[in-house]
Design a protein around this ligand. Structure first.
Ligand code: PGA
Length: 267
């Protein structure tokens, strides 16, 4: 069994459009969390909110959640127009960072090499990195899921010390399940379902380090997590958390997810 609190990461992407809306959302989350778990919510659920960069430093500190950035640059400073450094997001209050989200890989050409550089840079800082991996629909259809995920993980972890593993979170996010109503557990055969992929990820990492490291790595799932499907996901015993996009933009959708995560942990 996992010993860490269940991790729930809210990836707001390029939403909401104003800081006022962001603050309102946060207030609604906080009011709902008060009702869910009072004082022990924090012991059971680790909530990380990843807002757009301009809101990072403006969202008030809260005892209920920590902040994360949706991206970072691997260089510490310099002539990189449009980029944001690790020190900057740390200074703005971030404790986590998402690295290699598929939207960055697809829309901004982020490569496995850059993901590796970002991971190594994050590990030199105080940030807890969340590395996203996952196959596209085409790759899955062609039976390339294992190969694709193995390549992403091997490259991401190149020259990363085994001692860093407990700090790293791997998010399995099948691209075809992001922002759709589908999620991996509802699809196809057992071998390719989420549990199978989680075992695969642990196996790949154990192979890299030539040691059984299965229990050291936190693996979470992302891709259309919503109040309707989260209960099924929470039944996966070794799942350490979920990464929630669309459903984290409304308290109506997000609070039931937090409530179910909390209930799983107090059982
Ligand atoms: P989604 O996004 O929950 O809207 O599918 C998840 C993600 O892309 O991180």
């Amino acid at each position: 069994m996992h010993t860490n609190p269940f991790l729930v990461v809210a990836n707001w992407k390029m939403n909401p459009l104003t800081i006022r809306e962001a603050e309102r959302l946060i207030r609604n989350f906080e009011a709902g969390i008060e009702k869910i778990g009072k004082n022990d919510f924090l012991k059971k659920v680790e909530l990380v909110i990843c807002p757009p960069f301009p809101y990072l430093g403006r969202i008030n500190k809260s005892k209920f959640f920590r902040l994360g950035s949706q991206n970072i640059h691997f260089e510490p400073r310099g002539a990189f127009t449009g980029e944001v450094s690790i020190r900057m997001v740390e200074d703005a209050g971030a404790k986590f960072t998402i690295i290699g989200h598929s939207e960055r890989r697809i829309n901004f050409g982020e490569t496995d090499t850059q993901v590796n550089l970002k991971l190594k840079a994050a590990l030199q800082s105080s940030l807890c990195p969340i590395i996203c991996v996952g196959e596209s629909f085409e790759e899955r259809k062609n039976g390339e899921t294992t190969q694709v995920i193995a390549k992403q993980i091997k490259k991401a972890l190149e020259k990363v010390s085994i001692l860093s593993l407990p700090r790293i979170v791997v998010a399995y996010e099948p691209i075809w399940a992001i922002s759709t109503s589908k999620n991996a557990s509802c699809e196809v055969d057992n071998a390719n379902d989420i549990m199978g992929i989680m075992i695969l990820i642990k196996k790949i990492i154990s192979e890299i380090y030539q040691k059984d490291v299965a229990s050291r790595v936190r693996i979470i799932y992302g891709g259309s997590v919503n109040p309707g499907n989260v209960s099924d996901l929470l039944e996966i015993n070794s799942l350490s958390g979920v990464l929630v996009g669309g459903a984290s933009l409304s308290a109506f959708d997000f609070l039931p997810i937090l409530k179910k995560a909390y209930e799983r942990e107090v059982k």
